[in-house]
Ligand binder design. Structure first.
Ligand SMILES: *Cc1c(COP(=O)(O)O)cnc(C)c1O
Length: 329
């Protein structure tokens, strides 16, 4: 564990540099509004729709930024990551676009659709047994053998800076906002967004939202140190992280106002709202931010004319699973 005093946290300047690197490669995703949401909640919402990002989630931003910074030797050997979710596809696609090899370490029992999607982006998938093998050790060994550079899903300055570009684009489009809600797993998106918020809208309240069952972020903020939990049971599979990172926690404790939690039922409500009212497929994890905002507004109605930013983080969900979740009442 690195000591905080020697750890150089990324800054908003790094977000600006990341924005220049991803320009023309990542989509500048739309910012949508909803009259229904405004009528129902009494606040003006600005939804930054990363469900429309390349490969369907904001993770492309951080991965592309990190891989863009590789030197010639790193590019030749390529990138390696372990993930069964959106980070896998983000690294695979970024590597293909930058013309370098990629290895993704995934569990044998990962959904077939995810394996296929990752291979579809041209990555080599290495499978491991979740019950008998240590994926970090396996990944480290492969990285050493092949000289590949490991790209972590959230706790890396280049990844954090890349994720921060979504909020940067949002504020550039909307001007200052009163509050910003962000989906929180390991904290890459939340910490990057907080860097952008502090620079572009210093008075904006910044909230990370995590699943009730996986409230390690909230516990960490309260305790003032990184608290580790067992893998939480929640439909928000992108936020089943057990702990925040050193970098992400360093930024979150400094720049984030608070962390909220929502139940799986509240996530499904938000998912239904997006489908019914905004005609958008949003994955359960991508619903955290809006579900958190709705919960906060129910507890305390907004002041007149409040303007609220919502980062909708992704839209990758198995359609059979999606239908099942929406059908259950
Ligand atoms: C990874 C992910 C998150 C959580 O992001 P962190 O940077 O780990 O906090 C949220 N939503 C989606 C769709 C994701 O893929």
């Amino acid at each position: 564990m690195k000591a905080c005093s020697t750890m150089q946290l990324p800054t908003y300047d790094d977000v600006i540099a990341a924005a220049a690197r991803i320009e023309g490669h990542a989509h500048r995703t739309p910012v949508l509004q909803s009259a229904t949401a405004q009528a129902r909640w009494g606040a003006q919402f600005f939804f930054k729709c990363e469900n429309f990002q390349r490969m369907g989630a904001f993770k492309f931003r951080g991965a592309f930024n990190a891989l863009s910074k590789f030197d010639a030797a790193q590019r030749k050997a390529g990138a390696i990551a372990f993930s069964s979710g959106n980070h896998a596809q983000a690294v695979a696609l970024s590597a293909r676009m930058l013309g370098m090899p990629a290895v993704i370490v995934m569990p044998q029992d990962a959904p077939a659709a995810k394996l296929a999607a990752t291979r579809g982006y041209g990555a080599e998938v290495v499978l491991y047994d979740r019950f008998t093998e240590d994926r970090e050790a396996l990944t480290q060994r492969l990285a050493a053998e092949r000289g590949m550079t490991l790209v972590p899903p959230y706790d890396h300055p280049d990844v954090i800076a890349g994720q921060g570009t979504a909020a940067k684009e949002l504020f550039e489009e909307t001007g200052a906002l009163d509050r910003l809600y962000i989906c929180l797993g390991g904290g890459g998106l939340t910490s990057g967004s907080a860097l952008a918020a502090r620079a572009l809208a210093p008075k904006c309240k910044v909230y990370g939202v995590e699943p009730e069952a996986g409230d390690d972020g909230l516990q960490s903020l309260r305790a003032g140190r990184i608290v580790r939990i067992a893998t939480p049971k929640t439909i928000a599979d992108g936020a089943q992280t057990q702990y925040l990172g050193e970098y992400t926690f360093g930024i979150i404790r400094r720049d984030v106002d608070d962390i909220l939690t929502v139940s799986d039922a509240q996530l499904v409500e938000a998912m239904r709202f997006f489908a019914e009212r905004m005609k958008m497929v949003v994955e359960p994890t991508g619903c955290l931010s809006f579900a958190g905002a709705c919960k906060a507004l129910e507890e305390k109605p907004p002041a007149k004319g409040e303007r609220i930013g919502i980062i909708v983080s992704g839209g990758n969900v198995d359609l059979a699973r999606y239908a099942e979740l929406l059908a259950a009442r």
